[in-house]
Design a protein around this ligand. Structure first.
Ligand code: HEM
Length: 151
């Protein structure tokens, strides 16, 4: 399938990066919401407000962007020969591993929002704040792999 996107390749790549930005925006916001949600569990009316905000963020930004980033990213990867044994794609394999981990983090954050909605936090506030830094670290590594292609 190498080169099948032809002249559309750069347009698909541009759309991929746009939806990466939306997905990352959502992935930076949701864990921050979780911190506020957990802190407000005992304040009357607060949990309901955070449950609503989290659901909206998920429905409007996180889920659609995740799907579109994956579809466009895989389209680009197939064009580069991911399934054709094309050499020189070590960066793409490493990037895929990190993106799978980031998608797992997305799933974890959505699951933790459900725990908070049920009033059952399982992490200390400090751990929750530390876990907030995961998307930033992942983005640094993924962008370096995509732009520098070091291997
Ligand atoms: C979901 C799975 C993903 C797949 C399969 C994927 C795959 C790809 C592929 C094959 C390219 C084209 C590279 C090139 O033409 O040189 C690309 C470009 C890019 N990707 Fe992804 N990607 C994914 C997710 C992400 C994520 C999560 C980020 C950032 C956090 C990201 C950031 C970028 C950037 C910045 C570029 C542009 C590189 C350039 O300037 O040429 N991608 N991606």
């Amino acid at each position: 399938m190498i080169g099948y996107l032809d002249g559309a390749y750069l347009w698909v790549k541009a759309a991929h990066v746009v939806f990466v930005i939306f997905w990352m925006a959502g992935l930076f916001m949701l864990p921050r919401y979780l911190v506020h949600h957990q802190e407000g569990l005992s304040i009357p009316g607060e949990p309901e407000r955070w449950i609503k905000r989290e659901a909206l963020l998920r429905r409007m930004i996180l889920t659609p962007s995740l799907v579109i980033v994956w579809v466009l990213g895989l389209a680009l990867a197939l064009n580069l020969g991911l399934l054709d044994g094309q050499p020189g794609l070590g960066w793409l394999h490493a990037k895929l591993a990190l993106v799978i981990a980031l998608s797992g983090y997305h799933g974890w954050a959505v699951g933790y929002a459900r725990k908070l909605a049920a009033g059952r936090p399982t992490l200390s506030p400090r751990t929750l704040r530390l876990v907030n830094e995961v998307p930033a670290l992942a983005v640094i590594l993924i962008v370096v792999l995509a732009e520098v292609k070091p291997f």
